[in-house]
Design a protein around this ligand. Structure first.
Ligand code: HGY
Ligand code: MN
Ligand code: MN
Length: 421
């Protein structure tokens, strides 16, 4: 069995081992600094120390394993996130952290220091705001974030303290200013590489995303005695709106030919919270999430505006009130050209470029820590094939030969970087 397949098998086994660390027995659910994250840190710390890394956990809950180089600065950061969506698969995020550790086992030392980072939070599940871990790495974890509360009323500051960390030390989590770069290995989470029958691809850009909450307020009343024309049904209004945003998204350019690779705008209502939620009571209140993404920020923002206007019109017609709360307006982010070209050379040198020397490239429809890091530290991403295009689901998987390919490319990338430093 090739060295790379052996190393890849170990990465996959470790992903499975960490998938047991969960808030929800029988599923993999791990949110920001929840109790199972202590066990994730303990296992990752052991694996990092076994390959000689100096390990620390910063005040934002990122676990970091560092290997010094002969240079004192110019650190290359390699990482991804430790947290998951509810009932997740076992590879989204964590694979990139464990692949980074595997590269430390099989590469270097180099002149430049290398730091493997497991980010505490990227999905935004617990506090509604994503990228808390990587914001701390680039110095964007502003004090106002500490006051955000989760659905139990626990603040970010309380969650950090409860985990045994000191929020006052968050500024010390910041990466060095002369960082050499950031590399993230991640599953594609979509169908493109499988449709191209390719193991890996280089990411050109990460599409921008908007996240909002829309609250529809009507009037509860008896389901049996209230005539239809006298109702102010918040759930009926929200349901009409969900259909409307699907229609708006389907009508944006790029979606007219289903299945084409250059997907158009995507819009998702992933969560509806209905109050009072009794079968014989007309819903008085519905809180709906909205997630909108597109490679072009203008198109994305225009679509969000159209969707919010539609919500206001539906609310007015149904005599409902509406509250719109924006949470995230994340611009589309291009990866660093220099590092991305180097990564493309590594893909080709390792023989994984589909056509000769041009590695496959694509935009990422999923958000990643790299999009937060890229404005401050040159960033590059390598995607691995997602069988069935499945992710954010227990059936999420990887092929061992694709993980081996990604490790081989990562190793070659580090050697190239070492050669030009
Ligand atoms: O939602 C996303 O795009 C990513 O999985 N956090
Ligand atoms: Mn995810
Ligand atoms: Mn991810």
């Amino acid at each position: 069995m090739s060295e790379w397949i052996k190393l890849a098998s170990q990465v996959i086994e470790r992903c499975a081992c960490l998938a047991e660390c969960t808030e929800e027995p029988g599923h993999t659910t791990r949110t920001f600094l929840s109790p199972p994250m202590h066990e994730v840190h303990a296992r990752i710390r052991r694996w990092m120390e076994e390959c000689g890394l100096q390990v620390r956990v910063d005040a934002a809950g990122n676990i970091r394993g560092r290997r010094e180089g002969t240079q004192l600065s110019g650190t290359l950061y390699i990482g991804s996130h430790l947290d998951t969506v509810p009932q997740a698969g076992m590879f989204d995020g964590i694979l990139g952290v464990l692949a980074g550790i595997a590269l430390m086992e099989s590469s270097g030392p180099y002149t430049f220091p290398v730091e493997i980072v497991g980010f505490s939070e990227e999905e935004g599940v617990r506090f509604g705001l994503p990228f808390l871990g990587s914001r701390a790495l680039i110095g964007d974890f502003t004090p106002d974030l500490l006051a955000i509360k989760d659905r139990e009323g626990v603040s970010v500051e309380q969650a950090i303290t409860a985990f045994g960390l000191d929020p006052k030390c968050i500024p010390a989590a910041r990466a060095e200013s002369a960082a050499l770069g950031y590399l993230e290995l991640h599953i594609e989470q979509g169908p493109v590489l499988e449709s191209r029958n390719e193991s890996v691809a280089v990411v050109d850009a990460i599409v921008g995303q908007s996240r909002l909450t829309l609250s529809f307020e009507g009037r509860a009343n008896h389901a049996g005695t209230t005539p239809m024309h006298l109702r102010h049904d918040a759930l009926a209004g929200a349901a009409e709106w969900v259909q409307t945003i699907e229609r708006i998204a389907n009508q944006t350019p790029g979606n007219e030919t289903p299945g084409n690779e250059k997907q158009g705008l995507v819009a998702t209502v992933g969560r509806l919270q209905v109050t009072p939620g009794a079968t014989n009571v007309i819903a008085s209140h519905v809180q709906a999430s909205l997630d909108v993404r597109h490679p072009t920020d203008f198109t994305r923002k225009a679509a969000v505006e159209e969707m919010v206007t539609a919500a206001r019109q539906i609310a007015e017609r149904r005599a409902l009130s509406i509250l719109v709360e924006p949470h995230l307006d994340q611009a589309s982010v291009a990866m660093d050209r220099g590092l991305t070209n180097l990564l493309e050379q590594s893909v080709a040198a390792c023989g994984f470029a589909a056509c000769g020397f041009a590695a496959s490239r694509l935009n990422s429809g999923a958000g990643h820590d790299a999009m937060v890091i890229a404005p401050k530290i040159p960033a590059a991403m390598l995607f691995l094939r997602s069988p069935g295009g499945i992710s954010h689901h227990p059936d999420e998987s990887v092929r061992v030969e694709d993980v081996a390919a990604a490790l081989q490319v990562g190793h070659n990338f580090l050697e190239r970087l070492g050669g030009i430093q």
